[in-house]
Design a protein around this ligand. Structure first.
Ligand code: NAD
Ligand code: UFG
Length: 345
């Protein structure tokens, strides 16, 4: 019988791509999402790609009664992937309690209910933000955790500690913590992708909106960093590659044949850093579309350079990022064009 996975935040950007990969790998999925940062229409996209509409529960994971009802109504959930969280760094500085409440109560509720409903494992979305500004690159999982620079980042650090403490207390659950580097792009079908709310904060949606003429120009936040071209460096990871890693993590965590640690942490990145200017040029050469940009001031709190050492995920999960950045850029552009035509229709 197919294993059943609860995907919290499953109509969101990374969640929707992961539901597609889970369904294509033969898992049954149940999504819970409160639609605070996504749209129920995403389910149509998932259905078109996979031929199957996932079960969808509209609800808030900070409400433990809603979750309890869900576990009773859909018995036999084997594992959870917890994407549900608020994720805007700037907003978290202005509304810290909202972030602590949403991100931490969601996790606490899920952990509390797992033993009661026999759920064996939870995959948690963490971030390379826990490393702060690395002392050296590429960075592996043993690198020190630095003081968080935002309440959002702090929720990821605290969440990792909560999971670790819970499992070390002897709770009958396992966990895989995935530290994402910079997820970008969209499904190659252009049926699902990222839906930024208002003016995007992140580079790629801002870039594609500028290329589409929705924004006048992209501002490159600083060209005086200690990097070859002066702009910041990140490890941009294709969202479909990222989604596939969740399937592999889930398979490993739930496998009874593999004697895995009760808690495991993996970096998910390509292992290659790209500067902001290099990414703009990758977009231009992949699509033939010019991106008007100007060099602006540094953005407060930005990390200068960070990229992953993904060897642990490569060797232990058997996962490697494989989509070339030019293809990721073409997919991001196809998605941008599709969302434009939808909003104009
Ligand atoms: P997203 O906002 O697109 O998806 C999150 C989903 O969770 C949304 O659909 C939202 O409606 C839902 N949600 C939020 N709070 C909820 C609640 N209390 N109950 C039910 N649903 C709720 O974000 P994403 O980019 O897909 O990120 C997914 C996860 O990955 C988040 O935990 C995020 O912090 C983490 N992450 C994202 C990035 C990134 O750059 N996108 C990087 C590192 C980590
Ligand atoms: N950038 C620009 N102009 C823009 C937007 C971004 O030059 O208009 C630059 C930034 O300065 C940075 C790079 O593009 O150098 C990437 O910026 P993003 O905002 O896309 O991503 P960040 O690395 O700042 O942060 C993202 C998420 C965080 C997450 C982190 C690590 O927003 O939530 O990746 O996963 F913690």
């Amino acid at each position: 019988m197919a294993q059943k996975i609860l995907v919290t935040g499953g109509t969101g950007y990374i969640g929707s791509h992961t539901v597609v990969e889970l369904q294509q790998a033969g898992y049954e999925t149940v999504i819970i999402d409160n639609l605070s940062n996504s749209n129920v229409g995403v389910l149509d996209g998932i259905e078109k790609i996979t031929g199957k509409r996932p079960v969808f529960v509209e609800g808030d994971c900070t409400d433990i009664d809603i979750l309890r009802r869900l576990f009773s109504e859909y018995p036999g959930i084997d594992g959870i992937i917890n994407f549900a969280a608020s994720k805007a760094v700037g907003e978290s500085v202005k509304e810290p309690l909202l972030y602590y409440r949403n991100n931490l109560c969601t996790l606490l509720n899920l952990l509390e209910l797992m033993p009661e409903f026999g759920v064996r494992g939870i995959v948690f979305s963490s971030s390379c933000t826990v490393y702060g500004e690395p002392d050296r690159n590429p960075i592996d999982e043993s690198a020190p955790i630095k003081n968080a620079t935002s309440p959002y980042g702090n929720t990821k650090q605290i969440s990792e500690e909560i999971i670790t403490d819970f499992i070390n207390s002897g709770a009958p659950v396992k966990s895989v913590i995935l530290r994402y580097f910079n997820p970008i792009g969209a499904h190659p079908s252009a049926l699902i992708g990222e839906l930024p709310n208002g003016i995007p904060n992140n580079l790629v949606p801002y870039l594609t909106q500028t290329a589409a003429g929705i924004r006048k120009e992209l501002t490159v936040f600083g060209d005086d960093y200690d990097t070859p071209d002066g702009s910041c460096i990140r490890d941009y990871i294709d969202v479909v590659d990222l989604a596939k890693a969740h399937v592999m993590a889930m398979r490993r965590m739930l496998s009874s044949s593999e004697d895995t640690d009760r808690i495991e942490i993996f970096n998910l990145g390509t292992g290659h850093g790209l500067s902001v200017l290099e990414l703009i040029s990758a977009f231009e050469s992949a699509t033939g579309v010019r991106v008007p940009y100007r060099i602006g001031a540094r953005r407060e709190g930005d990390i200068e350079k960070i990229w992953a050492d993904p060897a642990k995920a490569n060797n232990i999960l058997g996962w490697t990022a494989s989509v070339p950045v030019t293809e990721t850029m073409r997919n991001a552009w196809a998605w941008q064009l599709r969302t434009d035509s939808k909003s104009n229709s």
